[in-house]
Design a protein around this ligand. Structure first.
Ligand code: ADP
Length: 402
């Protein structure tokens, strides 16, 4: 009710007047009307108390003549009951003929005491000030009510989000469990397929003719490809679940890079690309990392560089940074990646120009896994690229602490 009143523009405030004598009552009533308030005049304390209890009041104007026979303590009790909320200040203007102000009412918040007789002009400005105070109180109450409402709905939204979050977390964990179980389950029959293909290839139960050998080779290539894909899916699930462990043994990064380049060189030359490695300008101290995982990241970066380059080639450079990290920088002159796509290449399954029209093989998991592996080993993987100009991937690892 108070709040609604406060929202109304030009709200007419209600001033309760307690004045036993007609002359005072009339003077106060007129002064309130002039100030834009609606006066309600009571001649006795009982009437005022009934008014106070029954309807909202915005201002009390009291002539202390009303307390000649006592009773101010009753009014005080009602006022205290009425405003348990300390912010709901009801301004009170007390007109008194007494030079010594001993009324207990004077200790009430929002009281203005003025000596009688009060000049009309001064009375007007006192009343206007008291009414302004009340307006501000009502505005504050309204703001507080709105804030409380917003707080309540924010609380509800937070609860809702928290429960959705929990649901999503559950769903993600269930997905990761499913993926990792399925990956294990798929590996077993695939390994069996590879073993039987090997047996056929060895010719233990009879030699294969040329056509049959070619088919067996295709079976082996496809099964290996599938195994790689399953390995990636399993890695991603383990990384997501925070269950992938890495070692931090000392590694000779130059030697690892050499192996990876030797492995990828035939692919580069098949596409007519150069694959160049620039040796470091100074001997490299050992880096800290998991050998298999470091090779996995290097293989992914070099094979991507070859895969997405049609002309020119790939240059790999090793750099010792400021003494405590080493970077492998893989630079290609390939298709490059546009600024919109660049931040997304490290997301699971993301492929630039992916979808049904994509030109290249791949799961879109390689970079996502590589990035997380790099972080897990205390390093970093970053990319800079320009569409049509090529890409630069920088894989950084920490040196083994001395
Ligand atoms: P995949 O190679 O299996 O598709 P990756 O996670 O390794 O998955 O790479 C994600 C995507 O990032 C690739 O599909 C490709 O669109 C883009 N990309 C990665 N490396 C390069 C590169 N050297 N040049 C251009 N695009 C690249």
């Amino acid at each position: 009710m108070e709040a609604e009143r406060a929202t109304m523009n030009n709200v007419t405030l209600r001033g309760l007047v307690l004045a036993p004598y007609g002359r005072d009552a009339e003077l106060l009533s007129d002064a309130l009307t002039e100030c834009g308030a609606r006066p309600v005049v009571c001649r006795g304390l009982d009437g005022l108390l009934v008014e106070l209890r029954s309807e909202s009041a915005d201002l009390l104007v009291i002539s202390d003549d009303a307390f000649v026979g006592g009773g101010d303590d009753r009014l005080l009790a009602v006022l205290r009951d009425r405003t348990p909320d300390s912010d709901d200040i009801l301004p009170l203007v007390l007109l008194t003929a007494s030079t010594k102000l001993v009324h207990p009412l004077t200790s009430f918040p929002g009281v203005v005491v003025t000596a009688k007789p009060t000049r009309r002009r001064i009375l007007g400005s006192i009343l206007r000030g008291a009414l302004d105070t009340r307006r501000r109180v009502l505005q504050l109450q309204e703001q507080r009510r709105k804030l409380a409402e917003q707080n309540r709905s924010l609380g509800l939204m937070t609860e809702e989000l928290e429960s959705r979050n929990l649901g999503l977390l559950d769903a993600m964990q269930a997905k990761d469990r499913f993926v990792s179980t399925m990956s294990h389950e798929l590996r077993t029959p695939l390994n069996a397929v590879l073993s039987y293909a090997d047996l056929l290839d060895l010719g233990i139960h009879g030699a294969l003719n040329e056509q049959q050998s070619a088919y067996v080779e295709r079976i082996v290539t496809s099964a290996r490809h599938l195994l790689e894909l399953i390995g990636d899916v399993l890695d991603a699930a383990l990384l997501n679940a925070g269950e992938l462990q890495v070692e931090s043994g000392p590694l000779d990064l130059w030697a690892e890079l050499g192996d990876v380049v030797a492995l990828m060189a035939p692919e580069a030359s098949a596409k007519g690309l150069h694959l160049t490695v620039q040796p470091p300008s100074e001997p490299l101290p050992p880096v800290s990392g998991d050998r298999l995982r470091v090779r996995q990241v290097l293989l992914n970066l070099v094979s991507n560089a070859i895969k997405f380059t049609d002309r020119g080639g790939v240059t790999i450079q090793l750099e010792l940074n400021g003494g405590d990290t080493v970077s492998v920088i893989v630079r290609d002159t390939g298709s490059g990646i546009g600024p919109d796509e660049l931040p997304r290449v490290f997301q699971d399954f993301y492929q630039v120009a992916g979808g049904l029209n994509r030109r290249h093989d791949g799961s879109g998991l390689g970079l996502a896994i590589s990035k997380r592996l790099a972080l897990l080993m205390g390093g970093e993987l970053s990319v800079e690229s320009e569409l049509g100009q090529g890409s630069v991937f920088t894989f950084t690892l920490p040196l083994v602490p001395e």
